[in-house]
Design a protein. Structure first.
Length: 235
């Protein structure tokens, strides 16, 4: 897997584009963790452990040196609270692991008889046949690519426009030092999955944020994309 960071996607915001042999994924960069992950994730567990150790050590030190009772009590309360909070985090992680194991067992038990159905086997091969990271839910297979264009942004830099077979269009604005690499990897996926289409694709012209202009090719239909992408034949 190869990752290009610091890419601004429209729509999508700040993302990291991850490439695999058979597809890619644009994933939100830091600061997008859910509230539950922030409160009960591994990071919260590590912070809780540090607080617990520090408060226990400080409690022992204050108790030994005859510090005021209020300070000793405060350290003791922090230690107790951190122990309880850490126990909750550990219980949640253990519970999620057990539930995942139970779900996997039930899935195998239910799916095993269905393997006798040819259509079900074909669906599984399409979903998991390639293996690797591109089998994850947010990965886009290379076969879904319909067109890739490298454009110059009048404001500076470059824009890589990616069109999918379902009609969706996304513009990726990478950093100047990664623009060529980003386009090359999208183009390699397209050429590997649709060599004939890659040979006939027409370049697009950058207009302004949210609007891209491209000439309809043999695999495109004029007027197919209205919002937020407006297209018309180039002059």
């Amino acid at each position: 897997m190869y990752t290009i960071n610091g890419v601004t996607a429209t729509p999508g915001g700040r993302v990291s584009v991850q490439f695999h042999d058979h597809g890619y994924a644009a994933r939100k960069e830091g600061g997008e963790d859910s509230l539950g992950e922030k409160l009960f994730g591994e990071g919260a567990g590590c912070v809780t452990l540090l607080v617990m150790l520090a408060s226990i050590g400080l409690y022992s030190l204050l108790k030994k040196n005859g510090a005021p009772e209020a300070a000793v009590t405060a350290c003791l309360m922090v230690a107790i609270a951190s122990v309880c909070y850490g126990a909750i985090i550990a219980l949640l992680h253990w519970t999620s692991g057990v539930l995942a194991s139970v779900f996997l067992f039930l899935f195998v038990v239910v799916s095993f008889p269905l393997l006798l159905i040819p259509g079900y086997r074909r669906a599984l091969r399409r979903r998991w046949g390639s293996g690797g990271s591109d089998t994850e839910g947010d990965w886009v297979p290379a076969t879904a690519l319909s067109g890739v264009w490298h454009q110059s942004d009048p404001r500076g830099g470059s824009v890589i426009t990616v069109q999918l077979t379902d009609g969706s269009v996304t513009a990726y604005a990478p950093t100047p030092d990664t623009a060529h690499d980003l386009y090359a990897r999208f183009d390699a996926l397209l050429r590997g999955a649709r060599p004939a289409q890659a040979a006939h694709q027409q370049p697009a012209q950058y207009q302004q944020p949210g609007q891209y202009q491209q000439q309809p090719g043999p695999y495109q239909h004029p007027g197919q994309y209205q919002q937020p992408w407006q297209q018309q034949p180039r002059g």
